[in-house]
Ligand binder design. Structure first.
Ligand code: NDP
Length: 493
């Protein structure tokens, strides 16, 4: 015998009159405005979408936990890192960057790696990528860069000519474009790629000592990438391959995990370090700052509602908990503003009250009202007050600080001893990539160049890769049937 099914209701909980028929004048007649149920269904349907993210639109996510495996209290007082064995719930969203909501997961692109740690001191968001560096080092260039990777204004088509135009005119991009064009630009799954916090952050311990740090999450599944051909085939076979891979593995009891490491730089070492430690186009070589293990992140629960949890998930690099603070990295400084701004636009002023975004601890802010607010602590709604309302713990809550002074300028950062846009991608080519990796890098670049580049642009692109390494430039030239170019030929116009 079948169980009694629950009755359909309107969104106000009123028993629905019918699942199938609108209210009409006679069986064939016109419909009546009083059919509130029909109007509610149509109106709600028209409002199902929020604006898609301008970047990182297509993604997937899972819940899990982070467990501390190593003692790090000598560097940070962050409570969730306070003792070995401590567990904190997390939500991690993976994404591609340039494609729209319906784009294929396996296309060549960096991947987002955004973590929300639900700590006892509020939410800590670490909003990183699967690459340790980025294309630019000043947020002034961010919208220009993204426009060059998205669709043209006239045809609404993506344009490789436009992409290479921006990259070759922006030598700072060379390190990230090398990652992007290598097989790491087409990860086989989100489970088989690393994550990086990318920016430099500050940690401060209980004694007030400050350190600069960088985060690395190494996949415990091992790195696996698609070749260019495999990635292209998967675009056609299953555009949702990465979402499916993650959710199926979790569903089948195969939870992926990552080991979290930090690199720690003494606060006073920054000015004299051979690279600018706050430049997002640079890594800190492991020989200078080795990886130190901190803990393990496991994803073991799929979202129950994609829209509510993944589409409305709001990560913001500005969400830092006591013991962690920003560095002067210009890109990070820009993102501190930009992320909450986009959430207010996409989801609304009270996005932090949604279950996926709200912290597990109690919120005691004096903010009030606004569209869709349903929680507030009531009166008094101002501070100071004489009614015993919450007041700031200015010692525990104080953000880590550092001294700054100088003229207001609009200028590039001062170069450190070994700073140069090509030295680190050159190290990647010379020291890290295997012969097969190099061959694939050249093939991937040549394949990308085969899509609509003008002859002048081909010349500029070869010059760009020659600046990274003459062998790489010569390899790319050969692959596109051009003569090699001398080192020092102009990559820009
Ligand atoms: P190391 O040899 O100590 O580290 C090289 C790093 O590259 C490792 O983290 C390795 O870890 C990663 N790697 C390995 N194969 C590839 C690949 N095919 N594509 C991209 N990364 C790869 O060298 P250094 O720290 O001195 O850095 C040398 C160069 O390595 C840098 O200029 C940078 O381009 C690259 N790199 C450096 C990182 C860093 O934080 N220092 C991080 C990632 C890359 P894994 O295989 O686990 O990813």
């Amino acid at each position: 015998m079948s169980e009694k099914r629950p009755a359909t209701t309107t969104d106000a909980g009123i028993p629905a009159p019918s699942d199938d028929h609108s209210l009409s004048v006679g069986p064939n007649g016109p419909l009546l405005l009083q059919d509130h149920y029909l109007i509610q269904k149509m109106a709600q349907f028209n409002r199902e979408r929020v604006p898609e993210r301008v970047v990182h639109a297509k993604g997937g996510a899972a819940h899990g936990h982070f467990e501390v495996t190593d003692e790090v209290t000598r560097w940070t007082k962050a409570a969730f890192l306070g003792q070995v064995g401590k567990r904190t719930p997390v939500f991690l969203r993976f994404s591609s960057v340039a494609g729209e909501l319906g784009s294929a997961d396996s296309q060549r692109d960096p991947r987002g790696f955004a973590i929300k740690f639900y700590t006892e001191d509020g939410n800590y968001d670490l909003v990183g990528n699967n690459t340790p560096v980025f294309f630019i080092r000043d947020p002034q260039k961010f919208s220009d860069f993204i426009h060059s990777q998205k669709r043209r204004a006239d045809t609404n088509l993506r344009d490789h000519n436009m992409q290479w135009d921006f990259w070759t005119l922006t030598p700072a991009s060379a390190h990230q474009v090398t990652f992007l064009m290598s097989d790491r630009g087409t990860p086989r799954s989100w489970r088989t790629m690393n994550g990086y916090g990318s920016h430099t952050f500050m940690w401060v311990n209980r004694g007030g000592e400050r350190f600069w740090i960088k985060y690395t999450f190494k996949t415990d599944q091992g790195i696996e990438n698609f070749t260019d051909a495999e990635a292209g085939a998967m675009v056609a076979e299953d555009p949702d391959h990465h979402i499916r891979d993650l959710s199926t593995n979790i569903q089948n009891g195969n939870p992926p995990s990552w080991t979290m490491f930090v690199q720690v730089m003494n606060f006073d070492d920054a000015p004299g370090y051979r690279f600018n430690p706050f430049d997002l186009t640079k890594v800190w070589p492991h020989g200078d700052y080795p990886l130190i293990e901190v803990g393990r992140l496991v994803l073991d629960r799929n979202p129950e509602n994609y829209f509510a949890e993944v589409e409305q998930a709001a990560f913001e690099p500005a969400n830092m908990v006591p013991g962690i603070g920003p560095s002067p990295d210009k890109m990070l400084q820009g993102r501190l503003f930009s992320y909450p701004d986009t959430h207010r636009y996409r989801i609304g002023a009270n996005y932090l009250q949604l279950p996926i975004n709200r912290p597990l601890n109690q919120v005691n802010s004096y903010n009030k009202d606004g569209a869709m607010r349903y929680q507030s602590h009531g009166d008094p709604v101002y501070a100071p007050n004489s009614a015993g309302g919450p007041h700031a713990d200015t010692e525990y809550g104080a953000e880590p600080s550092y001294q700054v002074s100088g003229e207001m300028v609009r200028t590039a950062s001062v170069l450190h001893r070994d700073d140069d846009d090509f030295v680190q991608p050159r190290a990647l080519w010379e020291k890290v990539l295997s012969p097969v990796d190099r061959e694939h890098l050249i093939g991937n670049i040549a394949g990308h160049m085969s899509k609509g580049l003008t002859p002048e642009m081909v010349t500029r692109v070869i010059a760009y890769w020659t600046a990274v390494h003459p062998d790489l430039g010569a390899g790319v030239a050969r692959a596109v049937n051009r003569a090699p170019q001398p080192v020092g030929s102009s990559a820009g116009s």
